[in-house]
Design a protein around this ligand. Structure first.
Ligand code: FSX
Ligand code: SF4
Ligand code: F3S
Length: 383
C-alpha cells in the first residue's frame, strides 16, 4: 500500500459513495477527534491525502461486550468505520472467514505491514497452565498477542479486561489472567477502559493517528485525557441532588422515581473517570445513571474487587466543604429543603417528589373512604 493511494476519499470513490457522504463522515470524524468545526477543512484534506490505517483486532479472555458496544456506535456508524474508514484486516469475531485461511491472512498482514498496523486488543490474557486457558486457532492467545504486538505501530487496549485484567483477573483469578501490558514490552499501549468502553474513544484515537500522525495526549495511566479527564460525578446530571443532600435510599423508592442522586445505593461516580455523562451510548441515548443504576466504576482498575457495588463510598465530601454526603443527607431527611429549593432543577424534582407524596396521600384517603362506605353499607344491610 503506497502513501496516498488508500485514502479515505479514494475508498469512498471506489465504493461509489458520494462526495456528500464523504463530507458527512469528515464532519463526524471532526467531532470524535474533539476538534472545533473550523478544523473540518484540515480533516477533509487529511482524508484526501493520508492512507487509512490497517487495523488488526484480537480477542482474548472477554465477554465480547466491547465489540457489542463498538458495533452500535453511531458517530460514525460502525459499518462506516469497518467498511470505509479503517482497513480492518483481521477480527476473528466479525470476520466471515475462519480457521486456517483467516490465520494465514493474519500472518501475511503482520509480515507485509510490519511496524505500520494498529493493533486493537479486547480481553485479558491467561498465563496459567502455559496459557492454555485461552486458545486461538490451536495456540495460546498469549503467543498470538505477543507476535502481533511486535509489529504494531501502537496498541489500543480496548476495554477494562485488556486494560486492567477485568473480570477474569478478579479474585480468585483461576486462570492467572493479566492485563496485556504485563506481557508486552517497549510498545505504546493506549488504554480505553470501560466494561464496555465508549466506542467513539477508540475511533477518535485511531483516526487522530491516521489523519495527523499523532496519538492523543494521554494521562499517567495511558488513557486519552480528552475522554478520561473528568469524573462521572463531574458531568452527572443528578449532581445538583448530591450537592443538596437529596439521595435515593433504595431502588424504586419515591426519590428514585423523582431522579435524585444514587450515591447512597452505591454509585461510584465520585471516584470514576470516564466520559459516560457527556457521550453516553447509542447515539447519546443513555448510560447507567440515566437508567437508574449507580456507576459501578467499570473503567477503573480492578473494579470487580473494589468492594460491594451497592455499598456507598465512604466519606465523599461535598464541594468546598468538609461535610460528607452522609451528614448532609441525614439533615436533608429531616429538614426537607428550605435552602435547597432555590435551585431550578431541584425545585422541579422536589415538586415531583411532593406530587408523588400527594398522590399517595390522596389514594390512601380514597381507599379509606371506600372502605368506610363499604362498611357503612354492610352495616346498613345487616340492620
Ligand atoms: Fe471485558 Fe470486553 Fe467488559 Fe466484556 O471485550 S471490558 S468483560 S464488556 O467484552 O473485555
Ligand atoms: Fe451522579 Fe453518582 Fe455523583 Fe450522584 S454520586 S451525582 S448519581 S455520579
Ligand atoms: Fe461504567 Fe460508570 Fe460509565 S459503570 S459505563 S463508568 S457510568
Amino acid at each position: 500500500m503506497s502513501e496516498g493511494k488508500n485514502t479515505l476519499w479514494n475508498l469512498f470513490r471506489e465504493r461509489k459513495l458520494s462526495r456528500r457522504t464523504f463530507m458527512k463522515s469528515c464532519v463526524a470524524l471532526t467531532a470524535i477527534l474533539g476538534l472545533p468545526p473550523t478544523m473540518l477543512n484540515k480533516v477533509v484534506e487529511a482524508a484526501e491525502t493520508k492512507d487509512v490505517p490497517t487495523v488488526l483486532w484480537l480477542h482474548g479472555q472477554e465477554c465480547t461486550g466491547c465489540s457489542e458496544s463498538f458495533l452500535r456506535s453511531k458517530a460514525p456508524y460502525a459499518t462506516d468505520m469497518i467498511l470505509n474508514i479503517i482497513n480492518l484486516e483481521y477480527d476473528d469475531t466479525l470476520d466471515a472467514a475462519a480457521g486456517a485461511p483467516l490465520e494465514a491472512h493474519l500472518d501475511q498482514v503482520m509480515k507485509e505491514q510490519y511496524g505500520k498496523y494498529v493493533l486493537v486488543v479486547e480481553g485479558a490474557t491467561a498465563l496459567g497452565n502455559d496459557g492454555t486457558y485461552c486458545m486461538i486457532a490451536g495456540k495460546p492467545f498469549n503467543e498470538r498477542l505477543k507476535q502481533a504486538a511486535a509489529g504494531a505501530a501502537f496498541i489500543i487496549a480496548y476495554g477494562s479486561c485488556s486494560s486492567w485484567g477485568g473480570i477474569q483477573a478478579a479474585d480468585p483469578n483461576p486462570t492467572d489472567s493479566v492485563e496485556i501490558s504485563n506481557v508486552i514490552y517497549g510498545k505504546k499501549i493506549i488504554r480505553v477502559p470501560g466494561c464496555p468502553p465508549i466506542p467513539e474513544v477508540m475511533t477518535g484515537t485511531i483516526m487522530s493517528y491516521a489523519m495527523f500522525g499523532e496519538l492523543p495526549p494521554v494521562d499517567d495511566q495511558g488513557r486519552p485525557k480528552q475522554f478520561y479527564g473528568n469524573r462521572i460525578h463531574d458531568t452527572c446530571y443528578r449532581r445538583a441532588f448530591f450537592d443538596s443532600g437529596m439521595y435515593v435510599d433504595e431502588f424504586d423508592d419515591d426519590a428514585s422515581k423523582a431522579g435524585w442522586c444514587l450515591y447512597k445505593i452505591g454509585c461510584r461516580g465520585p471516584e470514576t473517570y470516564n466520559s459516560c455523562g457527556n457521550l453516553r451510548w447509542w447515539n447519546g441515548l443513555s448510560y447507567p445513571i440515566q437508567s437508574g443504576h449507580g456507576c459501578i466504576g467499570c473503567s477503573e482498575p480492578h473494579f470487580w474487587d473494589n468492594g460491594d457495588f451497592y455499598t456507598r463510598l465512604p466519606n465523599i465530601p461535598l464541594p468546598g466543604t468538609i461535610t460528607s454526603a452522609d451528614t448532609i443527607g441525614t439533615i436533608a431527611g429531616f429538614v426537607a429543603t428550605g435552602a435547597v429549593i432555590a435551585h431550578g432543577g431541584i425545585t422541579l424534582a422536589k415538586h415531583k417528589y411532593d406530587d408523588i407524596q400527594l398522590e399517595k396521600k390522596e389514594a390512601a384517603e380514597a381507599a379509606k373512604k371506600a372502605d368506610e362506605a363499604k362498611n357503612n353499607k354492610s352495616e346498613g344491610g345487616n340492620q
